[in-house]
Design a protein around this ligand. Structure first.
Ligand SMILES: NC(=O)C1=CN([C@@H]2O[C@H](COP(=O)(O)OP(=O)(O)OC[C@H]3O[C@@H](n4cnc5c(N)ncnc54)[C@H](O)[C@@H]3O)[C@@H](O)[C@H]2O)C=CC1
Ligand SMILES: O=C(O)CCC(=O)C(=O)O
Length: 526
């Protein structure tokens, strides 16, 4: 039974599939302190959070069973990603579910600051009939958008409908895409100098921290308005207060703060030109359901060892590449696993060669599976998130090669594992109608499906050996399911690959090793 802890308020409707899963127990407990979380996290396989829970390294190290942290939302700045990656904890988010909610809040904030709706509301309910709130129209104004991802692009579309001119900046925004959504491209400073309204939609990173600060306020159009529904700190709060005092900024609307919640004496809170909300961008019924559904689905996939898509601490794999590579993941892992079990000594290099169909795509996700396979019997807590990190931290050199030809195979994955004592090579392919096949061990051609208990016996190709191995296993009640013999030349060295129904006891392995003409015996499980 997998145990999932939900430590922030997350839509019950959205996580219904977790409640419904017969292999999952869900516990909801919000508002825990770090120490309280540390005390209980050891019982859980998954942790689901929004933005309140700060998932620190200490919490993760207490979470000895933790496989996945699910963030029901976009930003993962409340999760220590580096610590998660080191421990092999997969971090997933729900990047699409709250785009519209946040975009619509941004628009509401822009209109509110243009027409001073909250300020007017406050006076009206306070009994004052003040009609001096003269606002500005959005039509014919210039909107600058910093960060043209999901939310920024949706804001741009709506701004166009309101008759605004839109200038955008995003290092990944191409001219073609900008043209398609009717946005002019500009640099941060060009935007700052021209815009009547500016809204930011980037993550908070070292590059975006104080993206708008004193130098930008100095060149801003007087009387402009600013909106931040992304992350506190993208706009320098103190520099903005000064810019309001200097009449540069006529109004601002902030949903997010450098420190949340802000202190009672935060200068925004009693400034009549600043509208504030308590980080409500994603707070719609629809968005909360969407993100909870997305994150629950992914958590279930990860707990059940099924493929998943939104891991934040793994490089993204485009769908077209994933479609090509996914069928090879199992094969790659098995090749790695066999090599990891048969190679004697500490591995210092893994050489992977991709041939045939595989040479045209970025194969690094597949390489992760191979590396994971090599070390899976040696390193506890290893998974595809931390496999490369753990290999590199042990100074293992990973070399990836690609070749056009693959002899008679349409695709071929060949892996060599090097230790101080020896080099071992295995090649595998996906054969139409037959699935994953291992087709070479060292220099020997073979053909078998790597599954269950295997015996690899290196021997000299002499009459009677196969019979003796069969008899010895039979008399010890070890049933042989399949047998393959590979050799290069008659009478030379050869290899025997047996799949057996249960693992052979060590005395049987010793007896096998002692047989004349048998060079070595290696038992493994795949
Ligand atoms: N207030 C709230 O409740 C919510 C806030 N957010 C925040 O909004 C941010 C944006 O969300 P999405 O649009 O879904 O993310 P996204 O990943 O689709 O877009 C972010 C964009 O920022 C761009 N970017 C990164 N560095 C930049 C830089 N130095 N200058 C300009 N652009 C840069 C990226 O290229 C990307 O296109 C999130 O990172 C999150 O922090 C998201 C949802 C709700
Ligand atoms: O969960 C929330 O309400 C915050 C949403 C957010 O900031 C995000 O998704 O990045």
């Amino acid at each position: 039974m997998y145990k999932v802890l939900v430590s922030d308020p997350i839509s019950d409707m959205g996580i219904q599939m977790l409640y419904d899963a017969t292999d999952v127990e869900v516990v909801k407990q919000s508002g825990l302190s770090e120490d309280e979380l540390i005390a209980i996290i050891g019982d859980y396989d998954a942790l689901l959070v929004r933005s309140q829970t700060k998932v620190t390294e200490k919490i993760m190290s207490a979470g000895t069973r933790l496989k996945v942290i699910g963030r029901a939302g976009v930003g993962v700045d409340n999760i220590d990603l580096e610590a998660a990656t080191k421990r092999g904890i997969i971090v997933i988010n729900a990047p699409d579910g709250n785009t519209i909610a946040t975009c619509e809040l941004t628009f509401a904030m822009m209109m509110s600051t243009a027409r001073m709706i909250p300020q007017a509301y406050k006076k009206t309910v306070g009994g004052e009939w003040d009609r001096k709130f003269i606002g500005v129209e959005l039509r014919n104004k210039t909107l600058g958008i910093l960060g043209m991802g999901r939310i920024g692009s949706e804001v741009a579309k709506r701004a166009k409908v309101f008759g605004m001119e839109v200038i955008g900046y995003d290092p990944f925004l191409t001219e073609e895409r900008a043209e398609k959504i009717g946005v002019k491209l500009g640099t941060v400073n060009e935007i700052v100098a021209q815009a009547d309204f500016i809204t930011v939609h980037t993550p908070l990173t070292p590059e975006t921290r104080h993206l708008i600060s004193k130098p930008q306020f100095d060149i801003m159009k007087k009387g402009m308005r600013l909106i931040n529904c992304a992350r506190g700190g993208i706009i320098d709060e103190m520099a903005m207060v000064e810019a309001i005092e200097q009449g540069i900024v006529a109004g601002a609307a902030f949903d997010v703060f450098e420190v949340e919640p802000p202190q009672q004496d935060h200068p925004f809170l009693n400034n009549p030109k600043v509208i504030v909300t308590p980080h409500l961008g994603a707070s719609t019924i629809e968005a909360q359901e969407n993100v909870a559904i997305d994150v629950s689905e992914e958590v279930l996939h990860i707990l059940r060892n099924e493929p998943f898509k939104n891991a934040v601490n793994l490089p993204p794999v485009p769908a077209n590449v994933l479609n090509i590579l996914q069928p090879y993941f199992g094969l790659g892992e098995k090749i790695g696993s066999i090599l990891g079990q048969i190679a004697q000594g500490a591995v210092y290099e893994i050489v992977v060669n991709y041939a045939g169909d595989l040479i045209d795509v970025d194969t690094s996700p597949l390489t992760r599976y191979i590396v994971k396979g090599v070390f899976e019997k040696q390193l506890e807590g290893l998974n595809i998130v931390n496999a490369m990190h753990l290999a590199k931290s042990r100074d293992v050199n990973i070399v990836v090669q690609k070749s056009n030809t693959s002899n008679s195979f349409t695709n071929l994955v060949t892996v060599t594992v090097k230790t101080k004592q020896e080099e071992k090579t295995l090649a595998g392919t996906l054969l139409a109608g037959y699935g994953e096949r291992i087709v070479r061990i060292d220099q020997y051609p073979v053909d078998f499906a790597a599954e269950g208990n295997l015996l690899l016996i290196s021997h000299n190709d002499k009459p009677g050996i196969i019979g003796r191995v069969g008899t010895l296993l039979g008399t010890n009640n070890v049933n042989i399911a399949t047998m393959q013999v590979g050799r290069k030349v008659i009478g030379g060295s050869a290899i025997m690959v047996l799949t057996i129904d249960k693992s052979a006891p060590s005395n049987v392995l010793d007896e096998l090793s002692e047989q004349a003409e048998i060079v070595n015996v290696r038992a493994l499980t795949v």
